[in-house]
Design a protein around this ligand. Structure first.
Ligand code: URA
Length: 214
């Protein structure tokens, strides 16, 4: 039932031309994963590789996320990954708060409404600002539980792109551990809510086998 509702939403999303973000994108990028999952990961918006393949978090950030998920006993096919905005902003810039609100009210909110996840993970500031509020700070507020506007339990962690930018190995190592603890806390909370759910397949999901360039 959730899967059908998501399919219908995806059909509508593909036709969306409601804001200017789509002008420089190849197309919209929706979500990927299992509709019955109790845990949803929300990134910022598609980058170049995501725009090429029409799949969220398939590029360098997604590859790092996959490693972090594997370390915390989750695979991409058993969770849902999605984004605040569905079109790649021109030149990969960060979407502003107005753009994020406009898109997410149309799409992300509806996804969450259908999915009714037990846990939402905000990846980075854009997701934290939308799911929490714009006064929240990723460095200060990551790893702390809060309720989203829709009443979902949410925890924020660093965006994988932030980790990829960290040059100092000590700072990077510390940040990676923080992400590990945040993701583990998220999985444990989801597991408490749905103890029988299988969060991990035997192999990592190879998104490049499932998606082709468009
Ligand atoms: N960064 C994101 O936040 N989402 C993507 O899909 C790709 C990069």
């Amino acid at each position: 039932m959730k899967e059908e509702a998501l399919k219908e939403l995806e059909t509508q999303l593909k036709k969306c031309r409601e804001c200017k973000l789509c002008e420089f994108a190849k197309g919209t990028v929706g979500w990927f994963g299992c509709a019955d999952t109790p845990i949803v990961f929300v990134g910022e918006g598609p980058g170049g590789v995501e725009d090429d393949y029409g799949c969220p978090l398939i590029g360098p950030s997604g590859q790092l996320l996959d490693k972090a998920l594997w370390a915390t006993k989750m695979t991409r096919d058993r969770v849902i990954t999605t984004n605040v905005v569905k079109c790649r902003p021109k030149g990969n810039r960060t979407p502003n708060i107005a753009e994020a609100d406009f898109c997410a009210q149309r799409w992300l909110d509806k996804e969450l409404e259908i999915l009714q996840p037990k846990v939402v993970v905000a990846l980075g500031s854009v997701a934290l600002h939308y799911l929490g509020n714009p006064d929240m700070r990723i460095t200060r507020d990551r790893g702390k539980w809060f309720k989203t506007k829709q009443g979902f339990d949410c925890i924020a962690t660093y965006h994988p792109a932030y980790l990829l930018r960290l040059a100092d190995p000590h700072v990077l190592n510390h940040a990676k551990w923080e992400v590990f603890y945040d993701l583990e806390a998220a999985r444990k909370k989801a597991e408490e809510a749905v103890p029988d759910y299988k969060f991990m397949s035997e192999e990592k999901t190879n998104l490049f086998k499932l998606f082709t360039k468009r």
